[in-house]
Design a protein around this ligand. Structure first.
Ligand code: PMV
Length: 337
């Protein structure tokens, strides 16, 4: 008996950082995936194997009760992901009122490296929670709201702070308007191609560090920083209307404005500034840093699907890694149970 869950990753299109202060955001899933396989064991050990999460195949075995590491390989690479996995399992079993703390083999396969702003930790949390639901006789697809909420609690516990944006987007999938105050992830209906080009560069600083940096800036100049957060919120509202009107030119303009506002928060690095300018000059309707910043993910809007392939090729020449040239419209899927 085992459960295999495939979870898409995501890109933040508008509203990162301001979403931490209660403003809405827009995010969309992309066709790059995390595969989580959960198999029950007869003992109370957790054995984690990862593929693609770090450069090498890595594994670790822990005693469930004490979290003692019994045998290990590459512990530093694995420590972060193990925290998400154990926390997700604990929260899932608490919610389902499971008395016994079961042992599991957990395998995580990722097409993307962690910590680049594409929601990989959210995807791992959602995958583990959904697989845990399935193994305990609950259909995770019928309980998407509970899966999203439990995965958000996981992120919140491990990171100390997290908006529900990533976990809700990868749970439900597609283009989502996120209202963090009431944990709402409404679908934005957008028919046809949305030619987004997604890529990344190496990132300096974790999400938690970059969120803390913005918080410290805000405490030094609250009047101004609160206005910037309000303005990002307004850009998101306008972007939502623009998406519904399918006005790509205006959408690009709003992405450029959002990039400028992220710059004013001090989270855009020089490499990204250069990349967005090159992409705009090459015909992108808009381009911006995406996610927490300090490098990591960026997103551009091409004028057509054909043009998004051309821009993706250009990204490679800029020493960035292209990730996707189209969006994905579904959330997590249970591939085997
Ligand atoms: O971890 P990232 O790079 O996807 O960034 C998350 C986006 C933030 O708004 C900066 C933080 C959050 O919890 O929403």
């Amino acid at each position: 008996m085992k459960a295999i869950v495939r979870v898409p990753t995501k890109i933040t299109v508008f509203g990162e950082h301001a979403v931490v202060y209660g403003k809405p955001a827009i995010a969309v899933t992309i066709p790059r995936f995390i595969l989580v396989t959960l198999t029950p064991r007869n003992d109370s050990k957790i054995e984690v194997h990862t593929h693609g999460v770090s450069a090498r195949l890595s594994s670790i075995v822990l005693e469930r009760d004490s979290n003692n590491v019994i045998s290990q390989a590459e512990p530093a690479d694995l420590q972060r992901i193990v925290n998400y996995i154990i926390t997700a399992l604990n929260l899932c079993e608490d919610l389902l009122k499971e008395e016994k703390k079961h042992g599991y083999n957990v395998e995580v396969r990722s097409e993307l490296p962690p910590s680049i702003g594409l929601g990989t930790s959210a995807a791992v949390s959602v995958g583990v929670v959904a697989a845990c639901f399935a193994l305990h006789g609950e259909d995770p697809l019928k309980r998407r709201g509970d899966v999203a909420m439990t995965a958000w609690r996981t992120e919140y516990k491990v990171q100390g702070a997290a908006s529900p944006m990533d976990t809700f987007t990868v749970t439900f999938g597609g283009l989502r308007y996120i209202e963090p105050k009431n944990f709402n992830a409404q679908e934005i209906v957008y028919r046809g191609d949305l030619p987004l080009v997604v890529g990344y560069t190496p990132r300096h600083g974790t999400t938690a560090e970059l969120v803390a940096k913005v918080r410290s800036l805000r405490s030094r100049a609250p009047l101004i920083l609160n206005k910037i957060m309000d303005l990002i919120g307004e850009v998101v509202e306008e972007a939502r209307r623009t998406l519904e009107k399918r006005d790509l030119e205006e959408l690009g303009l709003l992405m450029n404005v959002n990039h400028g506002l992220l710059s004013s928060l001090g989270v855009v690095n020089e490499v990204h500034d250069r990349i967005v300018h090159v992409l705009r000059r090459a015909g992108a309707l808009g381009a911006k840093t995406s996610g927490a910043g300090g490098g990591g993910a960026f997103v551009a809007l091409a004028s057509s699907s054909e043009d998004s392939d051309r821009l993706a090729k250009l990204i490679t020449g800029l020493e960035a890694v292209p990730v996707a040239t189209q969006i994905w419209r579904r959330g997590f899927e249970v591939l085997e149970y």
